[in-house]
Write a protein that binds this ligand. Structure first.
Ligand code: NCD
Length: 384
């Protein structure tokens, strides 16, 4: 893996390597960089990966064009605990983007200041574009409603640590499955590792068809879809709750109508098994009652803390895998298609007009945008 844009950039072996190293860092590491680096070096050497200069004195750029608490700070904490340094911005209004600079130019410049770039952006496909203009590895910390692969890593790691394994688990994904990028990545990760995602969402916020298709192709079973958690709760090993993504709604009235649709509280959780953990990527608004926080099954704060060792492990593996100075790969993908525009209003190509329109053919027919991976709306309707 050179850059991490989608969870599909990681093989199952990569996932296991991250989990194993993260577990050692969580159990035996601490805040002392030399100790953490020694653990990482020893673990990587044991699997034949040479890791001479992992992160000591390397520089991470964190470019956050959208709000964040956990993701940005846990990446920065991870880098500090590995003896690295961090620069960046947490509000794009303080960067030259507010003067009209393109994403490509921002990345070309930051690339000269840093060894690894972490980017969060409101538009889908932005991290992919960044990876095309950077010779340093790029990590997607969330691109619009599309994907959030490092959250998926810490979610899977949390399941493993809390429940001992991932294969065979039934995991209810509840809330905004349409715009929630964490559940898009997690559903794919769960399917890849042999767990069973179960979708719980109102009809207007269903999981996108291409994610359901992926799970079906991977596991042989299309995920069940229900509207209420009560319908599946007794069978679940974990309930993964998400916030309704207010910022992605075009019509505020639509958001208001859905607000508060699910509330996980002690009463609801009486229907779940005594071992069913509750997870949430956070921030929560009103979907988990604070009255549930003292229940031992409330795993969401432990989950948030797992972000640091998981991101330390990921950064070590990426530095071990990548030669420091490479060549920015440029815009890859299928031939440019000037006759067609991506019709996803949240696609990066809608804002960054210099990007050539490109579409990739899909194995089961049809095409998808090479940046945001959306299928043309007509095709989505036909297939769903
Ligand atoms: C999530 C995100 O930004 O997608 N938060 C996170 O990274 N932990 C979830 C959310 O904002 O609802």
């Amino acid at each position: 893996m050179r850059s991490l844009v989608s969870v599909q950039d990681l093989t199952n072996d990569d996932l296991l390597r991250v989990f194993e190293l993260a577990a050692r860092l969580a159990d035996e590491g601490g805040v002392e960089p030399r100790r953490n680096l020694a653990i990482a070096q020893e673990s990587l050497a044991a699997i034949g990966i040479s890791a001479d200069a992992l992160a000591l004195d390397r520089v991470m750029a964190t470019l956050f064009f959208e709000p964040s608490t956990r993701t940005r700070l846990s990446f920065e904490a991870a880098m500090h605990r590995l003896g690295g340094r961090v620069l960046g911005f947490s509000d794009s209004r303080t960067s030259s983007v507010s003067k009209g600079e393109t994403l490509a130019d921002t990345i070309r410049i930051v690339n000269g200041y840093s060894d690894i770039i972490v980017i969060r952006h409101p538009l889908e496909g932005a991290a992919h574009v960044a990876s095309c203009f950077s010779d340093a590895p790029v990590i997607n910390a969330g691109d619009g409603g599309r994907e959030h692969p490092t959250q998926c890593l810490l979610d899977l790691f949390t399941l493993r640590r809390e429940l001992g394994h991932i294969a065979g688990l039934k995991v209810g994904l509840c809330g905004d499955l349409k715009y929630g990028r964490t559940v898009h990545s997690l559903a794919q990760g769960l399917a890849r590792l042999g767990a069973e995602p179960i979708c719980i969402a109102p009809a207007t916020l269903r999981m996108p068809a291409h994610i359901l298709d992926f799970v079906q192709e991977t596991t042989g079973t299309r995920p069940p879809e229900v509207e209420r958690p009560e319908e599946v709760l007794p069978d679940l090993n974990a309930l993964y709750v998400t916030r309704i993504q207010q910022e992605r709604f075009e019509d505020p009235a639509e958001y208001e109508a859905l607000r508060g649709i699910y509330v996980v509280d002690p009463e609801l959780m009486r229907r779940a098994s005594k071992d069913c953990i509750v997870m949430h990527p956070l921030p929560r608004v009103d979907e988990i009652s604070p009255a549930f926080d003292s229940d031992p099954r409330a795993a969401y704060f432990r989950q948030g803390h797992n972000g640091v060792p998981v991101r330390m492990a990921l950064v070590c593996l990426m530095f071990a895998a990548v030669e420091p100075a490479g060549i920015a790969p440029g815009i890859p993908g299928a031939a440019a298609d000037p006759g067609r525009e991506c019709d996803n209003p949240r696609c990066i190509t809608r804002a960054e007009r210099y990007l050539p329109q490109r579409f990739d053919p899909l194995p089961y027919g049809g095409i998808r945008c090479a940046y945001c991976e959306a299928r043309p709306a007509q095709q989505e309707l036909r297939l769903s």
